[in-house]
Design a protein around this ligand. Structure first.
Ligand code: UDP
Length: 240
């Protein structure tokens, strides 16, 4: 790409991002399981300046007959952003974006849960974004999986979520809010790292085929790192 002030050659692998991260570096990550007394399962995730809580209720009997499935449970997710989570106060209540994120979160988690073990039931997941800094859908999915595990709900694997994308001409892992807004592309994914199954893939912006491959590789690498932290959070709460 060029030379830095010391005359060293700068490549896309050595060029730092606005927050000083390398192209393949996550923001600082913290995951805690079992943070809420009242829910059946819960988790708290911080990634960079994102702060996200997830609470799980269930499995419990479902009384809404039109939703009920006689041979399995249903999963219901509500993603919500607190009014104080963003720079401009967010108007409380659901909007198009939160309805979409609630839907894709349900779809990202559904394949992981052994729903057939709980006929006629519901498992409800509430995701509350307390502070947002880009990548809240991924942080929400990551938190929800840990909360499901904390609730003792049997799963094929905990789903991990991470975005990659392109900003300032560089393909990068885990976009910050600035990189998301000013960048050229955003590719959030969710996966079950144990099986390699991808349960969410969205894309906003433009990537060439080659850049897409690189971004997907970075997002998968991010998910694997996050997966290890999710497992540590459960171990910290329950022991090995
Ligand atoms: N954002 C905001 N106000 C809103 C929605 C989003 O400031 O009403 C910010 C927030 O930091 C969020 C980022 O824009 O994380 C990117 O939003 P996007 O819709 O791409 O979803 P996300 O990356 O959070 O999954």
């Amino acid at each position: 790409i060029g030379e830095n002030s010391k005359g060293s050659f700068i490549t896309s692998a050595t060029k730092k991002r606005p927050d000083g991260r390398a192209f393949d570096e996550l923001r600082p990550l913290k995951i805690e399981a079992g943070v809420l007394e009242r829910a059946d399962g819960s988790a708290y995730v911080e990634i960079g300046d994102n702060k996200v809580l997830a609470a799980v209720y269930g499995p419990r009997e479902l009384h809404v007959r039109r939703l009920l499935k006689p041979n399995m449970a249903i999963l219901r997710c509500r993603y919500n952003m607190a009014p104080f989570s963003v720079d401009d106060r967010k108007r409380p209540g659901p909007d198009r974006r939160s309805v979409e994120i609630s839907k894709i979160t349900t779809e990202a988690l559904n394949p992981a849960v052994f729903l057939e073990k709980f006929p006629r039931s519901t498992i409800d997941i509430f995701i509350e974004v307390i502070q947002a800094e880009g990548g809240t859908r991924c942080a929400g999915i990551t938190a929800a999986s840990v909360a499901l595990a904390d609730a003792g709900i049997p799963m094929r694997d905990m789903v991990s979520a991470c975005a990659a994308g392109k900003a300032d001409g560089q393909v990068i892992m885990d976009l910050s809010e600035w990189e998301d807004k000013e960048g050229e592309a955003d590719l959030p994914i969710a996966m079950m790292p144990r099986t390699g199954d991808i349960t969410l893939l969205q894309m906003d912006g433009h990537l060439t085929d080659d850049e897409f491959e690189k971004a997907l590789d970075l997002a998968i690498k991010g998910c694997k790192i996050i997966s290890e932290e999710q497992k540590k959070a459960i171990k910290n709460r329950y022991g090995d």
